[in-house]
Write a protein that binds this ligand. Structure first.
Ligand SMILES: Cc1ncc(COP(=O)(O)O)c(C=O)c1O
Length: 325
């Protein structure tokens, strides 16, 4: 069975999906060690236990370590297509099958693009995405893809209402880009070096449905156009990144709709200078994610994380032909 339910954001869709899977309380869910605190809290709020699996520097699981985990009490593994670059899904499917656990697919950094014979979001038992993050001009939007047989009742879902502040912010962003930019980059830049920058800021985990306007807009998304827009920006940023001694982590490929261009800086100082340059030139260059605070990060891991630099791929970026940093 394939069913899609439209919610107001990705966490809502995940929340509902976990209920559908009927994961046992106190069972363990395997999450990648690089994941935002919001995604961790969705599982913890369901009284599930979380165990983090290690990733290599290309954001791929270190399977030799995962295979060693004792499988007693594990109920699911989360596969995240980080930044919108697809994971090698066959390994995940094989692992889930071998351990007889659920595969939950997180495609919140992309859209359901078709690659070979599969579609992102439809690989796991359930899949989740978050078009509100990818498509400009949406008030809300997060979808649950139910890819297995399950009776679905909509009774307990609330409606999402757009508030005046968000409405005005969106209008400003769409129609008066320069004014929006002026306010966005006013003052001191956020401390992107902090691994907990936006942690604990979100408290609304309610399950709510999408608003009507956003739903209409999502139905008109053209995946090919989105790919072309992002591809062009990807290569502009790639040129800038290489001129300034950053190393790209992911390659652009046919059809991809990534949320970020991601590179590795030489060191922490270099990363800080890149963040500063972005802020001073009103260009978004950020870190990701804001971690779950109780998840203890080792110094070695943090040193690696502090070199990652993310460029959102839904912004304007100038043509740059010389070294700037
Ligand atoms: C990988 C990942 N999954 C899920 C979410 C949750 O998506 P949303 O912000 O739409 O609830 C986020 C972002 O917070 C994310 O980065």
């Amino acid at each position: 069975m394939n069913k899609i339910i439209n919610f107001w954001n990705g966490r809502s869709a995940m929340n509902y999906g976990i209920d559908l899977l009927g994961l046992k309380k106190n069972s363990i869910i395997l999450l990648p060690e690089i994941i935002c605190d919001v995604a961790v809290k969705v599982f913890l709020n369901k009284k599930l236990r979380v165990k983090f699996y290690k990733l290599n520097s290309n954001f791929e699981p270190i399977w030799s370590e995962i295979d060693k985990l004792k499988s007693k009490n594990i109920s699911a593994i989360l596969m995240v297509h980080f930044f919108g670059y697809p994971q090698k899904h066959k390994k995940f499917l094989k692992f889930a099958k071998k351990k007889n656990i659920f595969l939950i697919e997180d495609n919140c950094h992309s859209l359901p693009i078709k690659l070979d014979n599969m579609r992102l979001g439809k690989i796991g038992h359930i899949g989740v995405d978050s078009p509100r993050k990818i498509i400009d001009g949406l008030y809300s939007g997060g979808r649950l893809f139910v890819n297995f047989n399950m009776k679905i009742s909509h009774s307990k879902i609330k409606k999402f209402e757009t508030n005046k502040k968000d409405f005005l912010k969106l209008k400003l962003k769409q129609n008066f880009r320069n004014i929006y930019k002026y306010y966005k980059f006013k003052g001191k830049r956020p401390k992107y070096e902090s691994p907990y920058l936006y942690s604990d800021k979100d408290s609304d985990f309610d399950i709510k449905l999408i608003d009507k306007k956003s739903l209409e807009k999502i139905s008109r998304i053209n995946l090919e156009n989105e790919h072309i827009k992002r591809k062009n920006l990807y290569f502009k940023i790639d040129k800038f990144a290489k001129l300034n001694e950053m190393k790209p982590i992911f390659k652009m490929q046919r059809k991809l709709i990534p949320m970020y261009y991601v590179a590795r800086a030489k060191n922490h100082e270099h990363a800080r200078n890149i963040f500063n340059w972005g802020w001073n030139n009103k260009i978004q260059i950020v870190s990701w994610p804001s971690f779950y605070k109780k998840h203890r990060l080792t110094d070695k891991f943090l040193n690696r994380w502090k070199k990652y630099i993310c460029f959102p791929l839904n912004q304007e970026f100038p043509n740059i032909n010389e070294k700037k940093i």
